[in-house]
Design a protein around this ligand. Structure first.
Ligand code: ASC
Length: 150
């Protein structure tokens, strides 16, 4: 009975698009999670940047694979900015919560640029990758400038 109830409430939460905080047992878990997702994203984004900027040889398969990882990871950190996650081991600025619409806009912009970057990486030519990389990097930077402490 207890099992059934917890399963049912878990399903209900999923169906409702559960509150972000419910996905993490503690605020510090959420902070760790979002930092980890940005760290892995940055590693793969950096490999794309190395190709786009001529620091590494262009490899169409590697570009497509790295862009897939970035596209998947780019969806993850946002749910981990819930209540209580503004304090602790984080460089997140209070503006994330104070100007949450502006933050969401910046996060959405970044994800839109990453979708374009993924499409470009699948095109199989360096020029497409180069064209999409700059705007994607700018969308990362815009968020860092406004919402991340140094
Ligand atoms: C990267 C990386 C970022 C962005 C940003 C772009 O390679 O890790 O966070 O590019 O620096 O300005």
């Amino acid at each position: 009975m207890k099992y059934t109830t917890s399963c049912a409430s878990a399903l209900l939460m999923l169906a409702m698009g559960l509150p972000a905080q419910a996905q993490f047992a503690k605020p510090e878990d959420a902070i760790k999670y979002r930092k980890a997702s940005f760290t892995v994203m940055a590693a793969h984004f950096g490999r794309l940047g190395a190709m786009a900027n001529g620091r590494a040889p262009y490899d169409a398969k590697a570009a497509a694979d790295n862009a897939d990882v970035v596209a998947t990871l780019a969806k993850l950190p946002w749910a981990a900015f819930g209540e209580g996650t503004d304090k602790g081991d984080t460089r997140a600025k209070p503006e994330i919560w104070k100007e949450s619409a502006k933050y969401k806009e910046a996060a959405d912009k970044m994800q839109a640029e990453i979708v374009k970057l993924n499409t470009a990486a699948k095109a199989g030519n360096i020029d497409a990758l180069k064209a999409a990389f700059g705007p994607a990097a700018a969308s990362c930077k815009a968020c860092h400038d406004n919402f991340r402490k140094d």
